[in-house]
Ligand binder design. Structure first.
Ligand SMILES: [Zn+2]
Length: 281
């Protein structure tokens, strides 16, 4: 006789420990109604390892980059220069959601504050940013958790671009404001945690911040306001959300991340829809 598996237990959506499905409260983390459908959704239970988030972010960036090149084939990208090799046109980036004073204050495309984080101006631009993401994100995920990382990345990118628009930057794109938010969060973490490990993180990441600052002043066209604004936002977000050593990720962190991810998904769908309309007309 084969026993039918009875699903009378589940993993707590907050602390991931095995608990009874009928429990009113998780005995480990005291989460109320741990079996509720809202708390046990795909999002709160699926992002268990850091690789998933990094791979997802890189894939989204690559897809958007490909679309930005494909929707406007009349590009100047075949001039042989490493800086504009495979560059989408200005028009195509505007359609998909480049942000700045013109898209925000003249065209009222507020959604571009989010969309621009996933757009890049050329092969080297996306390559550098994705390499930086690959380096920085796993450390942020380790110290803050996957869900807080999503919020720091999303909100920091938006804040960086908003600050750069308020400072008068006309057009801007790229993952670097969001990456600078990760840097800001790690700087806060290193300083706040202290000790040998905290100091090591602080000086290693401080090196990144310094490098980005020097790079920004040496090369034209770098959005230093976006970088600085993103970094500042990262520090504030890290302070507000806390990190694993002090406060484990909670359901509230997961909900904030879910809002960020949903908003990003909707905005990027809208961005692609705009791209398709632009291509048809
Ligand atoms: Zn629990």
């Amino acid at each position: 006789m084969v026993n039918k598996p009875v699903r009378n237990s589940l993993l707590c959506p907050n602390c991931r420990k095995l608990i009874s499905r009928s429990a009113q409260q998780c005995p480990y983390c005291n989460l109320k109604n741990p079996s509720s459908k809202i708390k046990n959704n795909f999002f709160t239970t699926s992002l268990s390892n850091s690789d998933q988030l990094v791979t997802t972010l890189i894939s989204i960036n690559v897809v958007l980059f490909t679309i930005s090149i494909l929707i406007d084939p009349k590009i100047s990208s075949f001039q042989f220069s490493p800086f504009n090799f495979l560059s989408p046109s200005h028009q195509s980036l505007l359609v998909l959601g480049s942000t700045g004073t013109i898209p925000l204050f003249h065209l009222e495309r507020w959604w571009s504050l989010l969309a621009a984080n996933y757009l890049h101006g050329g092969l080297l631009h996306i390559l550098f940013n994705m390499l930086a993401l690959r380096q920085l994100a796993p450390l942020v995920i380790q110290e803050f958790g996957t869900y807080r990382t999503i919020s720091i990345y999303t909100l920091g990118g938006v804040a960086g671009f908003l600050i750069s628009a308020l400072a008068g930057v006309g057009f801007t794109i790229g993952a670097s404001a969001a990456l600078c938010s990760l840097i800001g969060a790690l700087l806060y973490y290193g300083k706040s945690r202290g000790g040998v490990y905290g100091q090591a993180i602080f000086s290693q990441i401080g090196g990144w911040a310094l490098g980005i600052g020097i790079f920004g002043f040496l090369f034209p066209g770098i959005n230093n306001w976006g970088h600085g604004g993103g970094m500042l936002a990262g520090v504030l977000l890290a302070f507000a959300l806390g990190y694993q050593d002090r406060k484990k990720e909670s359901m509230a962190h997961k909900f904030l991340a879910m809002c960020c991810a949903t908003a990003t998904l909707l905005v990027l769908c809208w961005s692609c829809f705009n791209g398709i309309i632009f291509m048809i007309l």
